[in-house]
Design a binder for this molecule. Structure first.
Ligand code: NAD
Ligand code: AHE
Ligand code: ZN
Length: 370
């Protein structure tokens, strides 16, 4: 079939909107009509060329929601008409990783996913001239139709709005999951969140859900303050307004250091600050941000010797087919909020403008509806 897509043709170039060919689903695969997709910073990270794993040409996008149109041979858990959220972290429930409760990083299709192809080693997308176009993070939600492995789709309730629940495909689950699954924050904790964007605000609402007493938000953009407070932030710090070193300032503000700190910036200098303002003896710092090619983190080992813990999290430690339907339920029950974070609704033709808004710090989540 033919479908419309935003194609990343080369690193650093704007996405090109074009008609592409899409082959039908092969064994174990599912054809999905994407109804809405969110623009996550990670898509921009790859488009810009900062991702060491970035491949071109590719159809980016990993945050979406849609409807199953057709299932390939052997697919048993889904049928046409089912509502689904694509999962860049699949859940096969059979691999060594899925069988270990300590991780959510299903590895059953990681190699082919990282090469931009389906598990059989081929791509379903081509240009109208027949040249291959690669998949991205196994999802390619910047196409109106896409093909995914069955194990990379969470079936969700049909009354949930696509233009909101698409965000659960990355940002919402990553932020809330980092608090609940990775940090396992206790009631009464003090926490610091660096970066109040599409991920950091969800960390804040996760901290509120977990019953944290103090939630400090740190961002260079003063306009992020209002949204942080809207979701439960108790203190705002703009590093540009702090005289002297930020670490002692934040340690003082949290009465000796935070129980939990979160990096949602992708800046390795911020990651160091986040570790060092965690409480001596027990503070844990969780890296969520994705850092550019070649970047490395550093600190004095003494920071760890004296009891601070450095951790990371992918997709908030969530097992997608199991956890994502539950997060959709939380949204529908009003336990978590999504709507105020979707600041812009765009068409596919406006997708590059969506990335401009992200750069300018004007959007939290821009959502493209097909
Ligand atoms: P975003 O651009 O919406 O937000 C980033 C925020 O950080 C902005 O508000 C910006 O003003 C702030 N910021 C930048 N530099 C700062 C600094 N030095 N100090 C304080 N604040 C600073 O991005 P996002 O969509 O929220 O994503 C955040 C990061 O998380 C990105 O690196 C993204 O790639 C990553 N990410 C990781 C996962 C995962 O599974 N680990 C999932 C999604 C996104
Ligand atoms: N390719 C990059 C790393 C990118 C990365 O860390 N991706 C996160 C998801 S970000 C979603 O917005 C992830 O889940 N990683 C696990 C994995 O297996 O890729 C690099 O630096 O090489
Ligand atoms: Zn993402």
């Amino acid at each position: 079939m033919r479908t419309r897509a935003a194609v990343a043709v080369a690193a650093g170039k704007p996405l090109e909107i074009m008609e592409v060919n899409l082959d039908g689903p092969k064994a174990g695969e599912v054809l999905v009509e994407i109804k809405a997709t969110g623009l996550c910073h990670t898509d921009e990270f790859t488009r810009s060329g900062a991702d060491p794993e970035g491949l071109f040409p590719a159809i980016l996008g990993h945050e979406g929601a849609g409807v199953v149109l057709e299932v390939g041979p052997g697919v048993t858990s889904l049928k046409p008409g089912d509502h689904v959220i694509p999962l860049y972290t699949p859940e096969c429930r059979e691999c060594e990783y899925c069988l270990n409760p300590k991780t959510n990083l299903c590895q059953s299709i990681r190699t082919t996913q990282g090469r931009g192809v389906m598990p059989d080693g081929t791509s379903r997308f081509t240009t109208l001239d027949g040249d291959p176009i690669l998949h991205y993070m196994g999802c390619s939600t910047f196409a109106n139709h896409t093909v995914l492995p069955e194990i990379a789709l969470a079936k969700v309730r049909e009354d949930a709005p696509f233009d909101k629940i698409c965000y659960i495909g990355c940002g919402v689950t990553t932020g809330i999951g980092a608090v609940i699954n990775t940090a396992k924050v206790e009631i009464g904790s003090r926490a610091i969140v660096f970066g109040l964007g599409g991920i950091g605000l969800n960390v804040i609402q996760g901290l509120r859900l977990a019953g944290a007493d103090q939630i400090v938000g740190v961002d260079l953009n003063p306009e992020k303050r209002a949204m942080g407070e809207r979701f439960g932030m108790t203190d705002f710090v703009n590093p540009a307004e702090v005289e002297g070193d930020l670490v002692p300032y934040l340690v003082d503000l949290t009465k000796g250091g935070a129980d939990y700190t979160f990096d949602a910036t992708g800046n390795v200098g911020v990651m160091r600050t986040a570790l060092e303002c965690a409480h001596k003896g027990w503070g844990e710092s969780i890296i969520i941000g994705v850092a550019p090619a070649g970047a490395e983190i550093s600190t004095r080992p003494f920071q760890l010797v004296t009891g601070r813990v450095w951790k990371g999290t992918a997709f908030g430690g969530a097992r997608g087919r199991t956890d994502v339907p539950k997060i959709v339920d939380w949204y529908m029950q009003g336990k978590i909020e999504i709507d105020p974070m979707i600041t812009h609704n765009l068409t596919l033709d406006e997708i590059n403008h969506g990335f401009d808004l992200m750069h300018e710090g004007k959007s939290i989540r821009a959502v493209v509806e097909y």
